[in-house]
Write a protein that binds this ligand. Structure first.
Ligand code: ATP
Length: 363
């Protein structure tokens, strides 16, 4: 059967293990040889023990674990052709020409670049006699399929990325914990959550926790936000509320593009309202812990679909990412989604927030 390898790359997220598991098991079920590549592209470049054959049992008891059990990494070498040449050699040695990449837009871009270059890399390996003419012929095309693992939900082309739901649960647990102590002391809490370019976690957390105010990257507040914030806080206190929760996404900005940090917000509340105010930065807690049921099931569905997509791929099919459209697992063109994700970042850099939100809309 065909050789298929799965790896996780870039920032980790909960649910990646479920995706790895489903991908491996579907491959075995279909009669393929399945491999793990440890430590992302770094493992591919280094080869050796980093590329290991998986069996049915090697993905047992991982579905409930956070992070990625096969490791993830950032790899500078893979950005260079020389690194990718090494990676190609290592894959051919194991008989692998089908890859499932689980990562963010950087990882997917890398895989696409590798695929486009593949033929040339193999020619070079053949010329230097590192591979045989039979191998050159047999592994002529590199097939790739992507899945997006990211807690930020910042990828265009899918309604939910793998890990977002779990991160949201972690945030909600933290806010609930904070609310109980804030109530006792009538405090105002400013919670900083992840989301450099995407306010999804902040908005959803705010809705689910009845927070009083949020700051997100794609709908910047007017520069007179301190007034608006104070007015809202006072309004809530006057209505009998004993505490206030304010959520700040990492990438929050005002309409002129100036960053807004939790410290900035605290200063306003303390200076203008003299409230007892504390900051909680959730940080990596959001990435950690067990995946939610949703992310486990999402990972399962995506992983199985990814293997099916690979098995159906032909030399002229367009590489896809497996994504969620409503409640359907679908295949969408990989580079189109990556390009659109980059356009969103570009639009935000140019302060065209309306365009950014429009571009990010559903596929
Ligand atoms: P996250 O957004 O969660 O950090 P990501 O996949 O976008 O995930 P990156 O650090 O951008 O994270 O990319 C991960 C790895 O993918 C890089 O370390 C590099 O090895 C590879 N990669 C990224 N972009 C390219 C590229 N243009 N060409 C080749 N390889 C790339």
């Amino acid at each position: 059967g065909k050789g298929l390898a799965v790896f996780t790359s870039g920032g980790d997220s909960q649910g990646m293990n479920a995706a790895v598991r489903a991908c491996v098991r579907m491959a075995i079920y279909l009669g393929c040889k399945a491999y793990f590549i440890r430590e992302g592209y770094q493992g591919m470049v280094d080869g050796g023990d980093n590329i290991v054959e998986a069996n049915w049992a090697s993905v047992s008891s991982i579905i409930h674990r956070g992070g990625t059990v096969i490791g993830s990494a950032r790899c500078a070498e893979f950005r260079e052709r020389a690194g990718r040449l090494k990676a190609a050699f290592n894959l051919i040695q194991k008989g692998i020409s089908n890859l499932v990449v689980i990562g963010g837009d950087g990882s997917l871009t890398g895989a696409n670049c590798f695929r486009n270059e593949w033929s040339g890399l193999l020619d070079e390996l053949l010329e230097s006699k590192k591979i045989t003419p039979e191998q050159r012929k047999k592994f002529d095309v590199l097939h790739i399929v992507g899945m997006v693992g990211s807690i930020d939900n910042d990828f265009c082309g899918t309604d939910m990325t793998i890990g977002t739901d779990s991160a949201l649960h972690r945030i909600i647990e933290a806010i609930d914990a904070i609310v109980s102590t804030a109530y006792s002391h009538q405090r105002t809490f400013i919670m900083e959550v992840m989301g450099r370019h995407c306010g999804y976690l902040a908005i959803s957390a705010a809705l689910a926790s009845e927070a009083d105010f949020i700051f997100i990257p794609e709908e910047p507040v007017p520069v007179n936000w301190p007034e608006k914030l104070c007015k809202k806080i006072l309004q809530e206190r006057n209505a009998g509320q004993r505490l206030n929760i304010i959520i700040v996404a990492e990438g929050a900005i005002d309409r002129e593009g100036n960053p807004i940090t939790a410290e900035d917000v605290k200063k306003v509340v303390v200076d203008k309202l003299q409230q007892d105010t504390r900051i909680t930065v959730l940080g990596h807690v959001q990435r950690g812990g067990n995946p939610s049921a949703f992310d486990r099931v999402l990972g399962c569905r995506m992983g199985a679909e990814a293997t099916l997509a690979l098995m159906e791929a032909t030399s002229d099919s367009v590489p896809c990412v497996v994504s969620l459209d409503g409640n359907q697992a679908v295949r969408v063109p990989l580079m189109e989604c990556v390009e659109r994700t980059k356009e969103v970042a570009q639009a935000m850099a140019e302060k065209n927030w309306e365009l950014a939100v429009k571009l990010r809309g559903r596929s």
